[in-house]
Design a binder for this molecule. Structure first.
Ligand code: ATP
Length: 361
């Protein structure tokens, strides 16, 4: 048994969130039994349905539970028809990022054999790192006069957050090179030819790059990079950028490797980690047992990696690797959900991943 029983806060959320979250918990249960990892779950409501019932999208009690948890697994939150008075959607995931200073969202995008893709590419294996507390989201609490004539949002880049973000990107490039044989290269995406904030971001990036002489780096303008992500996705290793550019870039990268259904993510600070699929609540397929659970299951593997890193627990790292191998086997051989060319249900794919795990560990 691992030395501690890890407390995992589960936030199912809205739409397909609860279905994909339960699929990931099923896989976590199977893997934790094999690797003798103690996991203690606590379920909490957050999101649009909660807002509809109570007027708040996440309660102070849930924030406390996140504070004291070893890690958080989140489904997805928000529904297009539930909006705040200013017209924006319910986004407790952003409240959590701000409250716990989760400054980086890690979004790995890999090409898996067996997953159909529209873009013809080989060996795509990139990690998009999106800054998540400032950039173009920084001013979202600014007092604002809503008018029909004009309105503005603020873009802020700080040295402190940028230095931490870029150091993380270079560290990730190093550790990926060691564990996955990737080139050890970081690309900054910006619009520094027009935006002064982005010119500053590039200057800080170049300063941080000097501390990592063994990792190569370059910069691209976000518009050129958006095309290259589609035309030459193999060229990218670690990609780092501000909040909104990262939001868009990670969805392009996910689209290149087969769609949101297989794209995991983890929002981290030095102390807290919240793991969730890159996708949203996909209300049009909610409750139909056809959501792809792979993105959330891979997010659960990232959660185990995080526990391994934070608590020097090798079993968690082995368990994460076992989940990834099982997912890879099922994506290669099926069953698959409809979003990636199959006809199987969420439940069938989840069971196949559990069987594959049990056959190999
Ligand atoms: P958000 O703004 O909350 O990120 P979104 O507008 O990007 O949400 P999603 O909910 O992510 O929208 O869905 C986008 C598309 O991808 C939809 O067509 C949805 O059906 C599909 N999709 C997303 N996640 C999955 C999944 N896990 N399985 C199958 N299809 C999915």
């Amino acid at each position: 048994m691992s030395p501690v029983a890890y407390k995992i806060a589960l936030l199912p959320g809205d739409g397909i969130g609860p279905e994909v979250l339960e699929a990931a918990v099923t896989v976590l249960d199977a893997v934790s039994k094999h690797f003798r990892i103690g996991l203690r779950y606590e379920r909490h409501d957050a999101g649009a349905e909660l807002y509809r019932r109570t007027g708040e999208s996440i309660s102070p009690r849930t924030m406390e539970a996140i504070e004291s948890a070893h890690a958080v697994l989140f489904g997805a939150a928000g529904l297009p028809d539930v909006r705040k008075p200013d017209g924006t959607e319910i986004t407790p995931q952003i409240d959590i990022r701000e409250r716990f200073g989760l400054f980086a969202s890690l979004r790995p995008c890999r090409l898996f054999p067996g997953v159909p893709t529209r873009v013809k590419a080989e060996a795509v294996n990139m990690l998009v790192i999106r800054e998540t507390t400032e950039g173009l989201f920084a001013g979202r609490h600014d007092p604002i006069e809503l008018s029909d004539e004009s309105v503005s949002d603020r873009l802020t880049i700080t040295r402190a957050t940028s230095e931490r973000l870029f150091a993380l990107a270079f560290e990730q490039a190093r550790s990926r090179r060691q564990s996955e044989g990737t080139p050890g290269h970081v690309t900054l995406l910006d619009k520094s030819n027009v935006l002064r904030s982005n010119a500053f971001m590039r200057k800080v990036f170049d300063e941080v790059a000097q501390r990592y002489p063994d990792v190569t780096s370059d910069h691209l303008y976000i518009d050129a990079a958006s095309m290259m992500l589609v035309t030459e996705p193999e060229r990218f290793d670690v990609v780092v950028t501000e909040n909104v550019f990262g939001d868009i870039t990670s969805e392009i990268a996910a689209g290149v490797v087969g769609g949101l259904g297989i794209a995991p993510s983890g929002d981290i600070s030095l102390e807290h980690g919240v793991f969730q699929p890159s996708h949203g609540t996909a209300p049009s397929i909610a409750g139909q047992n056809k959501a792809n659970p792979v993105a959330t299951i891979l997010s659960a593997a990232m959660l185990l990696d995080w526990l391994s890193y934070r608590h020097s627990d090798k079993e968690c790292r082995n368990a994460a690797a076992a989940i990834r191998s099982a997912v890879e086997a099922v994506l290669r051989e099926g069953p698959r959900t409809p979003d990636i060319g199959g006809t199987s249900s969420t439940g069938e794919v989840t069971s196949a991943i559990v069987h594959s795990l049990e056959a190999t560990v």
